[in-house]
Design a binder for this molecule. Structure first.
Ligand code: MD6
Ligand code: FE
Length: 193
């Protein structure tokens, strides 16, 4: 937990997110079961996480634009590397960044992140905008999650034993953030291959 670690550069991070979304739009992906996700997503970097009726996977091509995903802003890479080394993961070089956008009422169901081949590297997660309740479960879906609030500028680095725990985001509450308005954004940097 690196509370407020990204706060001093949060304006630039948010500007980069807006810039990225002009190259590759936020979209609501479908689950394998055909349900529209309430969280809108986009990716940057060599690989991007996608979900559709064929399931979840990483692709090099954005299915909406049919181009490569937009490349990493250098600010993103520097921050991810700095956050990872702060907690002992030196030389973290991600190859994917998934950006989630939550509006009021969006939620992310309990899940494990296991589509990455590299399950040793950490995931670096950055929160911007409205606060949210992070649900931190156990190694089975039935473990009752602990609730933890994540605020603007908070960074969490997950690696080692916690990498495979079930987690999610509770329904986003109404609010207005000075930078992001009625939204919460979450950036997760991953090493997939
Ligand atoms: C979110 N985060 O904070 C959702 N996954 O909006 C995640 O699902 C997540 O924060 C893996 C590692 C870190 C995360
Ligand atoms: Fe996750």
């Amino acid at each position: 937990m690196l509370d407020g670690f990204a706060k001093d550069i949060s304006d630039q991070l948010f500007q980069e997110v807006i810039e990225l979304s002009s190259h590759s739009p936020f979209r609501h992906m479908e689950t394998r079961g055909g349900k529209r996700m309430s969280v809108a997503m986009l990716n940057c970097g060599p690989l991007g996480w996608v979900s559709d009726r064929q399931g979840y996977r990483y692709t090099a091509i954005d299915p909406v634009t049919r181009n490569s995903w937009p490349s990493f802003p250098s600010l993103f890479l520097e921050l991810a590397e700095r956050a990872a080394s702060e907690v002992g993961f030196e030389n973290f070089v991600p190859d994917a960044c998934l950006i989630n956008r939550y509006c009021v009422g969006s939620k992310l169901f309990l899940h494990q992140d296991m589509d990455e081949q590299d399950q040793i590297a950490p995931i670096v997660s950055i929160s911007l905008g409205l606060p949210a309740i992070f649900l931190w479960g156990g190694h089975t879906r039935n473990d009752r999650p602990v609730r933890h609030q994540l605020f603007h500028g908070d960074v969490v680095v997950w690696g080692g034993a916690s990498r495979m725990v079930f987690h999610g985001i509770d329904t986003l509450k109404n609010g207005e953030h000075p930078l992001t308005g009625p939204f919460r954004f979450n950036l997760t940097f991953r090493k997939v291959r």
